[in-house]
Design a binder for this molecule. Structure first.
Ligand SMILES: [Zn+2]
Length: 491
């Protein structure tokens, strides 16, 4: 079934916010998280030292579009809204470009130029530059670093995590857990019982004095709203033999597993664990006939064969699971129930923009980008008329797909033959009636790679003015923290 045409956004946008080129300090040793703190390496965005005195945010909602860079946004925007369209967050009053800083595990003074969801998640959640694969811990020294969710909780705020990935996946884990390896997701991962060797996990077992797997750490935390996938990581026994789901029920969690159960939760539900799939949740869209990008074939005369254009359709495998928007709306309802307490911190991740980019599936990506936009709109509805809610839309790292001309710009000469990218190519028939070529060029045949590029940050609400120019991804942590008036360390 083909999606109905999304409403066009007719707003006419001028150039995006300026990239003012403020002075950039190079601090290679800032890869050591605790050193960052000790050495005053907790940078705010340029020229913002007085920002803490501004109005405070009672609530902060952070959206993470996983793998979202300007190319991914442009692909989604072109298809969903037209080349001159705009996402809801494109209209936010403040925006910046953010550097994705990552360091080598063995030599934390050396940068790596491509991050992952663990290092990017830790930058956002804890304001610390670390190595790939690390969850809220420092590169080389394996020290835990406090997260914005933990600071909010310590200040008496309610907290929530919403994701289309497993709740134990790198981005959500970075806000709740501390572990050296992102793949130590459940108790059975800790000693390789699920098949993999999972280096680094055994050291973090509780019986070895560690904090346990990510799922165990989530079970031990007191996050009010946990909605996502990854049931298989919770439906396991910990070292004491207790099933984690049962353990969380005993600790007062209502456990729900489908959209009806989620929407039927009592208003006074204090804590909820929503596990809507075994692992990553199915995506909302797929390509017509399951088409995705594929290597360009050459005919016998060496000419590239035409690529069959296709459109995006609803993914029949999505099933009755709640959408990201539905999860976001329910999270807001639960986090604000009653008198709303001291406010809340909520992280919402559209995870499969990344995962579908790895799979060279543009329609999967585009549908999840729409899910991100729909969820931001739901939060904007909540925030309408309020002046106490900071909304930030950010990303963890860039990804491989990019828009290329189709047909080739050089078709017809003067270059002798049309040029096509060496990787995989998809050609989408857009709602505007044009063709959009999308190249996945980071790997010829297998899984696509992340790429090293700056990522966009959008912000609205109290403290949002600190998002401007060229900042560091890790500055987003301080923007959120200072907006809520929280200390740098947990008391
Ligand atoms: Zn990825």
């Amino acid at each position: 079934m083909t999606r109905t045409t999304p409403p066009r956004n007719s707003s006419n946008h001028g150039p995006a916010g300026s990239n003012a080129g403020s002075p950039v300090r190079i601090a290679r040793w800032c890869g050591l998280g605790l050193l960052m703190v000790a050495a005053g390496c907790t940078f705010g965005p340029p020229g913002t030292s007085q920002a803490a005195a501004q109005d405070r945010a009672r609530n902060v909602i952070l959206f993470v579009g996983d793998g979202v860079d300007d190319s991914q946004l442009t692909i989604g925007r072109n298809y969903l809204l037209g080349a001159d369209g705009a996402f809801s967050f494109d209209d936010f009053p403040h925006r910046a470009a953010a550097k994705v800083l990552t360091v080598e595990e063995e030599s934390p003074d050396k940068p790596q130029y491509v991050g992952d969801s663990a290092s990017g998640g830790t930058a956002l959640s804890a304001g610390v530059v670390t190595s790939r694969g690390r969850i809220a811990t420092t590169a080389g020294s394996d020290e835990d670093v406090v997260t914005i969710l933990e600071l909010a909780e310590a200040a008496g705020k309610r907290t929530g995590i919403v994701t289309t990935a497993s709740l134990t996946d790198a981005t959500p884990a970075s806000f709740v857990a501390h572990i050296s390896r992102r793949f130590c997701e459940g108790p059975m991962d800790m000693d390789g019982a699920r098949g993999g060797t999972m280096p680094g996990c055994p050291e973090d077992k509780k019986s070895n004095g560690g904090p346990g797997s990510i799922a165990e750490q989530i079970a031990d935390a007191d996050v009010e709203v946990l909605l996502g996938g990854g049931k298989r990581h919770f439906d396991q026994a910990d070292e004491g033999g207790a099933n984690l789901i049962d353990k969380m029920k005993e600790r007062g969690y209502a456990v729900v597993e489908n959209a009806v159960q989620l929407s039927s939760l009592a208003e006074d539900t204090e804590k909820v664990l929503g596990l809507f799939g075994s692992s990553t949740l199915p995506v909302e869209w797929s390509g017509e006939n399951q088409l995705r990008a594929r290597p360009v074939k050459l005919s016998s005369d060496g000419q590239p064969e035409p690529v069959e254009p296709f459109s995006c359709v609803e993914n029949p495998a999505f099933g009755e699971r709640p959408t990201l928007e539905a999860m976001t709306r329910q999270a807001l309802a639960l986090l604000t129930a009653g008198d709303g307490g001291e406010g809340f911190f909520l992280m919402v991740e559209s995870a499969s923009i990344d995962k579908q980019a790895h799979a060279a599936n543009p329609c999967g990506q585009i549908g999840e980008t729409q899910a991100l936009d729909d969820s931001v709109k739901a939060v904007l509805e909540f925030a309408m008329g309020r002046d106490d809610t900071l909304i930030v839309v950010a990303s963890d790292h860039g990804h491989s797909p990019q828009i290329v001309p189709y047909p080739s710009m050089f078709a017809g000469g003067p270059v002798p033959q049309p040029q096509y990218p060496p990787g995989k190519l998809a050609v989408l028939e857009t709602l505007e009636g044009s063709l959009m070529g999308i190249s996945y060029g980071s790997n010829k045949l297998g899984i696509e790679e992340h790429i090293g590029t700056q990522i966009p940050v959008f912000a609205s609400g109290p403290g949002a003015e600190r998002v401007r120019g060229l900042m560091r991804q890790s500055d987003v942590f301080d923007v959120m923290r200072e907006a809520m008036g929280l200390p740098r360390e947990r008391k």
